[in-house]
Design a protein around this ligand. Structure first.
Ligand code: LLP
Length: 421
């Protein structure tokens, strides 16, 4: 459920007509709903209660500092994968002991940043990383709390580019090797082994792969305890999928996911951590765009928008589907027509949808891409020197621009011409 509904014939974000935002901010823009973000965060905390737990928002999905502050103020932890994301979490006022550092290639500089700034734990993904962390922590006279990310060799049954839990993927340590690596970790100075971490992929629409992975984590936890490790925290990753269409898609609910966690690892007495991104942010955001032209081609009509693949790359990168809806509600009996919905970028890949049935639209009309809150703005680029799309946060009947559209001066001033030219 989200808070983007038609009221009096106009699509609203909570109580704000999108036409009002478009008039003030211009298009394209991303808009996020405070009520939806809040609701989705609480779905997870409710699903995991009464287990001791922390919901660490995967900020790679939506990293605007205002959104992080909103979630951080609710008590959320943050899952970061770079020094940049760590800085964002800190800038949002999230204390270090609520920040988890994930990622397959943490640099020594990033380790230093997190160790000195405060960290809940590092999720270590390889033996060389473990040794580097030990060196860095010892050189600072500090101790790094760690889990080891294990790769359970489970097929997440999601898009190949976002599946991470098979042995051929670059992530984590093969679960069969885990006991040896934990033994090494326990022997290293500056390392405090506190738990186990797993993340098998993103946009999972079936609970079975989670169940297989979490059962393996439960077995490993028992084995590690028998080996003498004080395993007290389990980070179970993110990945719960969302509905991208309004029709018949029904991915599992957070409540069922919570029940699965209780069933598989709930008896171990561990603190449970999860790292959801998409389920919190995905359906909390829209990308709003205007129609530049309607072009009648041979056998097909093109809707040319002012948003493009640089603003929302998911359709061209993963063949992802996003519902596209007109901001002004069509009259009830309107017959849809089929459009290829495209952007102005000079690539055929700059196509959002093919033969998509839409109510007829004309130049200047506004459309909204649904489910664009996750992996939308964060993956945007300035390809074709198109300014990064601005972001707006709505709360009730008011809104604020939480990232301005850069001016062309700002964009051009980032380039410098060397003295010899
Ligand atoms: N934890 C780790 C270690 C991750 O790698 C990810 C996502 C998450 C948590 C959050 O997963 P979520 O709950 O959002 O599914 N750009 C792609 C998705 C990439 C996901 C990368 N890792 C897309 O647009 O579909």
């Amino acid at each position: 459920m989200d808070h983007f509904l038609y009221k009096n014939g106009t699509l609203h974000a909570e109580d704000v007509p999108l036409t009002d935002i478009a008039a003030q901010v211009g298009t394209p823009f991303y808009v996020y709903s405070t009520a939806t973000l809040t609701r989705h965060y609480h779905l997870f905390t409710e699903a995991l209660s009464p287990l001791p737990h922390m919901v660490c928002f995967a900020i790679k999905s939506l990293s605007n500092v205002a959104v992080l502050k909103l979630l951080g103020d609710l008590g959320a932890g943050m899952d970061v994968v770079s020094g940049g994301e760590y800085r964002r979490a800190k800038a949002a006022g999230v204390p270090g002991d609520r920040i988890v550092f994930s990622g397959v290639g943490k640099t020594r500089d990033e380790m230093r940043l997190a160790l000195t700034g405060g960290i809940r734990q590092f999720n270590v993904e390889s033996e060389p990383e473990l040794r580097a962390l030990s060196e860095v922590a010892t050189s600072l006279g500090l101790t790094a709390p760690i889990t080891i990310r294990v790769n359970p060799d489970v097929d997440a049954k999601t898009h190949a580019k976002i599946a991470t839990g098979k042995s051929e993927n670059k992530f984590g340590i093969p679960i069969a090797k885990a006991r040896n690596v934990y033994a090494e970790a326990a022997s290293l100075p500056g390392i405090d082994v506190i738990g186990v971490d797993v993340h098998i992929g993103s946009q999972l629409t079936d609970l079975a792969p989670f169940e297989a992975a979490y059962n393996k984590v439960a077995d490993l936890t028992r084995a590690l305890r028998a080996d003498g490790h004080n395993i007290r925290r389990l980070d179970l990753g993110g990945g719960l999928g969302i509905p991208y269409t309004r029709s018949n898609e029904a991915p599992p609910l957070p409540m069922d996911y919570g029940a699965l966690i209780k069933r598989t690892v709930g008896d171990l007495g561990c603190e449970i951590e999860i790292e959801p991104g998409r389920l919190i942010s995905g359906n909390a955001g829209l990308l709003v765009s205007s129609v530049i032209y309607v072009k009648n081609g041979e056998g097909r009509d093109f809707l040319i928008l002012d948003a493009a693949m640089n603003d929302l790359v998911r359709p061209s990168m993963y063949d992802a589907h996003h519902d596209i809806v007109p901001v002004i509600e069509p009259a009830p009996a309107t017959e849809p027509a089929a459009f290829d919905v495209v952007g102005p970028v000079c690539e055929t890949g700059d196509t959002f949808a093919k033969a998509r049935p839409l109510a007829p639209l004309s130049e200047g009309d506004l459309v909204a891409f649904r489910s664009a809150g996750a992996y939308g703005a964060v993956m945007a680029s300035e390809y074709n020197t198109r300014p990064l799309v601005p972001e707006v946060l709505v709360k009730g009947d008011h809104f604020a621009v939480i990232r301005q559209r850069p001016t062309f001066d700002e964009i051009l001033n980032r380039d410098t011409i060397p003295s010899w030219l």
